[in-house]
Write a protein that binds this ligand. Structure first.
Ligand code: FNR
Length: 188
């Protein structure tokens, strides 16, 4: 069984990025499961707070990352960049630095994103790249999922209603799962 952890970079109740992760669940290959995490409860990074011991919400998310075989980051785009809340959470997960190899090192990571705008979070996804590199992850670049016009792609209840995007999402998940599997096989 391949376990992917999907992390939504939006706290919004009706987030398109969270909806995108939920839409992925029925589209997974057999033998692949997707756990979905949100960032609720993660405080702003404060080194003084960190020095007192990491907050429970951070420890919980870190534990979920470490039992995963790969990360699927569903990123909103804010001002053509990465949303602060999402970067903040990843920054927490990167402390202490000695744990980076265990949390992120060589871990397969894929980026997806949804926006009501016309460019499908392409800038935000690009802005993630130096971060993924700094953390020593193993990013997958074999596919791309840029969901634009998200208010038409999802219904009021967050259900995916666009068949083109459904196929793109299924293909993306298949490619990423294969990438994880190859790494798993060759390293064992
Ligand atoms: C946005 N939004 C946005 N969209 C986009 O495509 N490119 C952008 O640069 C921005 N910039 C931006 C800045 C800020 C501060 C906000 C609050 C929003 C719109 C954004 O895509 C929209 O709010 C999405 O709905 C956010 O994702 P969730 O919350 O639906 O997952």
């Amino acid at each position: 069984m391949i376990k992917i952890l999907g992390i939504s970079g939006s706290l919004r109740r009706k987030s398109f990025n969270t909806a995108l992760l939920h839409a992925a669940v029925p589209l997974l290959d057999e033998g692949v499961e997707l756990d979905i995490a949100t960032l609720h409860g993660i405080p702003l990074y404060d080194a003084d707070l960190d020095a007192q011991g990491q907050p429970q919400a951070v420890l919980d998310l870190k534990a979920r990352v470490m039992v995963s075989d790969g990360l699927l980051l569903s990123t909103p785009e804010y001002n053509h960049g990465v949303p602060g809340v999402f970067k903040n959470a990843i920054d927490w997960l990167s402390r202490p630095p000695a744990e980076i190899p265990k949390v992120f090192g060589n871990r397969p990571v894929a980026l997806i994103g949804a926006t009501p705008g016309g460019f499908g979070t392409i800038s935000a996804q690009t802005h993630w790249l130096p971060v993924l590199r700094a953390l020593g992850t193993r990013p997958w670049f074999g596919g791309r999922l840029l969901v634009s016009g998200a208010h038409k792609v999802f219904n009021e209840n967050g259900g995916l209603v666009d068949e083109v995007v459904r196929k793109q999402l299924r293909d993306f998940l298949h490619g990423f799962s294969q990438f994880i599997q190859i790494g798993t096989v060759s390293s064992s």
